[in-house]
Design a protein around this ligand. Structure first.
Ligand SMILES: *Cc1c(COP(=O)(O)O)cnc(C)c1O
Length: 393
């Protein structure tokens, strides 16, 4: 037999791991600086590591209570109902659930070009077709409502990424609100905030809840931590203190892979509008996140210090790369910087032989660009030195 016709699907090739590259170059993994996958330079949240260790002995049981506990904790953090938290196997898994819940066969989606490849892949897996809107290099990859709306042709899902991978550009809440308002009410606007912790901008969750900020932790009289809405709201959360109104056609994507350092754990989620949040029960793969992942997530959520250190490290590295690299770079709100180096494939290959792995952006349609993940100070300084050597040669 054969599987169905998959010729329209792109083959996903994961970047090579550090062990593989080290073996090939005859080096020790520790001698390599891997800045090609936007992983957290500081590693996982130490609290999450401890939680995974402790959870290991309970790995024989299905993750029932712990799954609900993590959903409840996220719901409290963001001030939404538990049903609105669609927990998944990574942000990628949450993208799948959204496509499953929204797309009928043949429905079209609109994705950024350049952009994150998985939007289109996930849509195709769910029998969707794919159109693109361009972020132009000439305009510094600026993201505008007009740019998206010009390309929009009634698609069922529009994917926005802020901060954007691989360029680092942002899209303001006003532009996102404009896109949601001017597209069809049956069009879902997915705002991918995988890198939001590294940015200053407010979350697009404001458009889901009608409130300007999600997270306010207060101490209850009995001493337990609770979260409340940022503004005075009515019981349904419809207030719009700062001029945002609550929408039913915007979903926000978040992940533990970046600022929490848990990319290997595979844990992410979507925050969806309340009126159709119950669709999760009809589309999710049972026990979407493992016991170990849920325990790690619960611990990581409390580990504000690790997130703060991660963000601080990335901000320093962003500045360092932009100031010291001998190539034009683009402003980034993520934990990476896009640089214009001419022949990206050749530059990346030469740097690799010197032990520095960066992302050649040819597959993003940017054959002249590399994307450099923010490392520790030491890693980032070495990467910039090596790249400058390659660029000078
Ligand atoms: C990393 C990333 C994600 C989520 O990745 P997961 O590891 O599946 O959580 C989503 N969108 C973008 C743009 C990313 O870079």
């Amino acid at each position: 037999m054969q599987p169905r016709d998959l010729s329209g699907h792109a083959v996903y090739r994961a970047g090579r791991g550090v062990e593989e590259v080290a073996r090939e170059l005859g080096m020790e993994p520790d001698d390599l600086v891997k800045l090609s996958s936007n992983e957290n330079a500081l590693g996982p949240s130490p609290a999450a590591v401890e939680a995974i260790r402790e959870a290991a002995s309970g790995a024989h049981a299905y993750p029932k209570a712990v799954h609900a506990d993590l959903v409840a904790a996220l719901a409290r953090q963001w001030g939404v109902a538990p049903e609105q938290v669609w927990l998944a196997n990574g942000g990628d898994g949450a993208l799948n659930y959204l496509a499953r819940a929204v797309l009928d066969p043949g429905d079209a989606v609109l994705v950024p070009e350049p952009g994150f490849a998985y939007y289109a892949m996930s849509a195709r897996y769910h029998h969707g077709s794919v159109g693109t809107y361009r972020l132009s290099k000439e305009a510094g990859f600026a993201q505008t409502a007009e740019g998206v709306l010009e390309a929009y042709d009634g698609e069922r899902i529009v994917y926005l990424t802020s901060p954007h991978n691989p360029t680092g550009s942002e899209m303001g809440l006003d532009a996102i609100a404009t896109i949601a308002a001017e597209t069809d009410p049956e069009t879902l606007v997915v705002v991918d905030e995988a890198y939001a912790e590294y940015a200053d901008a407010p979350s697009a969750l404001a458009l889901v809840t009608g409130r300007t900020e999600g997270r306010i932790d207060t101490d209850d009289h009995d001493g337990t931590r609770t979260s409340g809405p940022g503004d005075a709201t009515d019981a349904r959360g419809r207030s719009d203190g700062a001029g945002v109104s609550r929408r039913e056609d915007v979903a926000v994507l978040r992940t533990f892979s970046k600022a929490h350092g848990l990319a290997g754990v595979r844990l992410g989620y979507a925050l969806v509008p309340e009126p159709w949040a119950d669709a999760y029960a009809r589309v999710n793969t049972p026990f979407a996140a493992s016991t170990l992942a849920c325990r790690a997530g619960l611990a990581a959520l409390e580990d504000d210090e690790h997130v703060a250190r991660s963000v601080e490290t990335a901000r320093w590295a962003r500045e360092h790369i932009r100031a010291e690299l001998d190539a034009p770079t683009y402003a980034s709100a993520g934990n990476f910087v896009l640089a214009d180096v001419g022949e990206a494939a050749a530059v990346a290959e030469t740097a690799r032989r010197d032990g520095v792995i960066v992302r050649d952006c040819t597959s993003f349609g940017l054959p002249e660009c590399i994307r450099i993940t923010c490392g520790t100070r030491e890693e980032t300084e070495r990467a910039v030195a090596v790249l400058n050597g390659v660029l000078a040669g």
